[in-house]
Design a binder for this molecule. Structure first.
Ligand SMILES: NC(=O)C1=CN([C@@H]2O[C@H](COP(=O)(O)OP(=O)(O)OC[C@H]3O[C@@H](n4cnc5c(N)ncnc54)[C@H](OP(=O)(O)O)[C@@H]3O)[C@@H](O)[C@H]2O)C=CC1
Ligand SMILES: CC(C)(CO)C(=O)C(=O)O
Length: 310
């Protein structure tokens, strides 16, 4: 079998956790190469000391075959897993062009439903897979990722693609102990994640409270209204979703540890220069305008968050 080269682009909370498991499993493998595309001080730490992943009392250090900010050092990849924030997707794909030929699969694992279109515009001849993850994980300091909570699942697939290559990728993920599922219905799964994360990111940031707090009596009405608005957007996009998606989503939220919060809320709290307000909140309003669907609660909350953003 020929070598399989997998690049993880963006070694933050998500890329660091899943990339870390891959790099640990395949560090000496003759058939599978795991490469990290990172930058800055974080990259230097990984190059010098490896990437440390902390999970409760346990930790391990992962050493990818290459960690670099120079795509030419990596060469052409079979699969590029994009784990940046949504506002960095286009730039990172442009940077990674030397690693991409027509056969390279691209798998964005970001929150949101608009990355695939952005990537396909840059790479019209490539297969852009779809995917999403449920995990709570943060870049704690350069070279260190901390995974919290009780879920670490990854879903991926491509509508109308039945390729043994995808099965091969699933096997690679699973052997690295990643809870990965190759789905035949990935559009629904990615939109269900969006119906979950868009209201959650929006509400936790708006109220400046954890997920546990926003699903208590004080705020559940607003969260439910947000879910119902985004549900209509999914339906307008002809996505098959469960009729009781609102109840299912609230149930999912209640099953997370009380103190969990969204990565967008963390970014607002940490006053990061950029955040995903547009792809997680503003996008719903834009889609409402496109499909003639009213989204009054999104508009109210977005306008207030936009002011905080300045
Ligand atoms: N964190 C979580 O628990 C979850 C996050 N998500 C979603 O996953 C996506 C990733 O989130 P998360 O992992 O938290 O994000 P992070 O900000 O922790 O990580 C993104 C990483 O990508 C790096 N990066 C961005 N552009 C480049 C580039 N051009 N070259 C090299 N490195 C680059 C960033 O570097 P720098 O710091 O220098 O900008 C950063 O290290 C988001 O869409 C998020 O909403 C989904 C589920 C859970
Ligand atoms: C809420 C959570 C942790 C669930 O996966 C998430 O997706 C995020 O932080 O963006």
């Amino acid at each position: 079998m020929t070598k399989t080269k997998i690049v993880i682009a963006g070694i933050g909370g998500v890329g660091g956790y899943f990339g870390g498991l891959l790099a640990k499993q395949y560090c000496d493998d003759k058939e599978i190469e795991i490469c990290f595309f990172a930058r800055g001080q974080h990259l230097l730490e990984i190059q010098n000391n490896g990437l440390k992943i902390i999970k409760g009392e346990n930790e391990f250090v992962a050493n990818p075959i290459i960690a670099t900010d120079n795509p030419k050092e990596i060469g052409v990849a079979d699969l590029i897993i994009i784990c940046t924030k949504s506002y960095d997707v286009e730039a990172v794909v442009h940077q990674l062009l030397p690693c991409i030929n027509d056969k390279t699969f691209i798998l964005p694992l970001l929150n949101g439903v608009d990355s695939n279109e952005k990537i396909q515009k840059i790479l019209p001849n490539n297969t852009i897979l779809s995917g999403c993850v449920y995990i709570v994980s943060r870049l704690k300091q350069p070279g260190v990722i901390e995974n919290m909570g009780n879920i670490q699942t990854l879903y991926f697939g491509g509508d109308n693609i039945s390729d043994k290559k995808l099965k091969h990728f699933e096997t690679i993920f699973k052997q690295a102990t990643i809870e990965a599922t190759l789905s035949q219905n990935i559009a629904t799964i990615v939109w269900e994640k969006f119906i979950f994360i868009s209201p959650t990111a929006t509400a936790t940031t708006f109220f400046d409270k954890s997920i546990g707090e926003v699903v208590t009596e004080n705020h559940i009405e607003k969260v439910t209204a947000l879910i119902n608005e985004v549900k209509q957007i999914a339906q307008a996009n002809n996505i098959e979703i469960a009729e009781n998606i609102t109840e299912l989503t609230i149930h999912k939220l209640k099953s997370l540890p009380f103190e969990t919060t969204s990565s967008m809320h963390s970014d607002f709290k940490n006053k990061k220069a950029c955040n995903e307000l547009q792809s997680l909140t503003g996008y719903v309003i834009d889609q409402g305008l496109k499909h003639n669907i009213e989204t009054p609660i999104y508009v109210e909350v977005y306008n207030k968050l936009k002011k905080l953003n300045r």
